[in-house]
Design a binder for this molecule. Structure first.
Ligand code: FES
Length: 149
């Protein structure tokens, strides 16, 4: 039974390899940094034009992202993009993180099909919103106590 499942999984992955890079498949199948951060320093939630949502949580110390996590109800490439952008942002200061673009995600994933490029853009937009949220909270820290996230 399990060998039939393994064979089927191999066939599915062989099909994916025709379209996606090895690194994209790896991040989609084994996503890094999944989940939420309680009492995050920054939070972003963005719905893309496809109707899928991504959320990113940031923990920031001395202006540097020390922990970041994501969640999405989107497609496999949105999972790969969220996984990759949280890897790219970790250890960066907030100014550097704001500059991480969809192209950076696409390059790190060694490209995505044209119809999936907006998934990388969703990840970049969500990270930017989380950083902007951090910057807004920094200016008005009393609001942190009233956040839902
Ligand atoms: Fe909606 Fe990829 S994020 S199709």
């Amino acid at each position: 039974m399990s060998s039939e499942f393994d064979e089927l999984q191999e066939l599915v992955i062989a099909d994916m390899r025709k379209v996606y890079s090895e690194i994209s498949i790896d991040h989609a199948m084994n996503p890094r940094n999944v989940g939420s951060i309680p009492v995050a320093d920054g939070f972003g939630s963005v719905m893309g034009p496809c109707g899928d949502t991504m959320e990113i949580w940031l923990k920031i110390k001395n202006g540097v992202i020390v922990e970041d996590t994501f969640w999405t109800d989107g497609c496999g490439t949105s999972i790969a993009s969220g996984s990759m952008i949280t890897e790219l942002a970790k250890g960066k200061n907030v100014t550097e993180a704001l500059k991480i673009s969809a192209d950076d995600v696409l390059n790190a994933l060694e490209g995505l099909p044209d119809e999936s490029i907006h998934c990388a853009l969703l990840a970049a937009n969500t990270l930017a919103e989380a950083v902007r949220d951090y910057l807004a909270l920094k200016n008005e820290p009393w609001k942190k106590a009233y956040r839902k996230q």
